[in-house]
Design a protein around this ligand. Structure first.
Ligand SMILES: Cc1cc2nc3c(=O)[nH]c(=O)nc-3n(C[C@H](O)[C@H](O)[C@H](O)COP(=O)(O)O)c2cc1C
Length: 185
């Protein structure tokens, strides 16, 4: 069992990354191998819409996306963690999401390995569920195209300062349990 965490926030070691880390810690305690990747440590360029991937020739952009897709293909579960920016994901998340399009064939099926789980973790400053729930739906929609099944959603509000998540031990406990559940399920 391998669980890959993908943290999208530009703030290293801040709330959404830490929420992912607590999920990974739970998975590790339950016996999984875990790895955390920060998108901001990688070069992932925006999709240019060139259509190469829909001509059967794959993505022509040479950057770190192919390596990240290999990590996803080798994982049994992926945990994406993001901050809420203006009621959407942060900018660095979108080149990654757009480039997943290259994994979809012209007939909108995919050869990406099946049977994987997706968890979405989000932190925000002060918005209610009406802003955050659509982000979970969106991430699950995208990963659903790749055959991932929904394995959970966790969110903590009132996380403005980088280490504010520490003020919410019950949510940290739930993140740990969520990580463990990935291995049990
Ligand atoms: C550009 C920007 C836009 C933001 N927009 C929102 C927002 O629309 N709603 C909200 O509740 N918090 C908003 N926030 C606060 C972040 O969602 C919050 O601080 C989050 O926990 C940051 O995650 P991080 O600590 O992992 O970077 C925004 C922060 C920034 C920097």
């Amino acid at each position: 069992m391998k669980v890959l965490g993908i943290a999208t926030s530009p703030r290293k070691g801040a709330n959404s990354q830490t929420l992912v880390e607590h999920i990974l810690a739970g998975a590790k305690e339950a016996g999984a191998k875990t790895e955390l990747v920060r998108l901001c440590d990688l070069e992932i360029l925006p999709c240019t819409g060139c259509g190469s991937c829909k001509s059967g020739n794959g993505c022509v952009i040479e950057d770190d996306m192919a390596g990240l897709c290999e990590k996803m293909a080798a994982a049994d579960a992926v945990v994406v963690g993001s901050p809420l920016y203006w009621s959407r994901l942060n900018a660095q998340a979108y080149p990654f999401i757009d480039r997943l399009y290259a994994l979809i064939k012209p007939d909108f099926t995919t050869d990406f390995p099946k049977g994987k789980k997706i968890v979405f973790a989000m932190t925000s400053g002060g918005m209610g569920a009406e802003a955050v729930t659509p982000m979970n739906d969106y991430v699950k929609f995208v990963f659903g195209f790749l055959g991932f099944s929904d394995a959970g959603f966790i969110w903590q509000n009132n996380c403005m300062q980088p280490k504010d998540l520490a003020k919410f031990p019950e949510k940290i406990r739930k993140a740990n349990e969520l990580g463990k559940s990935l291995v049990k399920k």
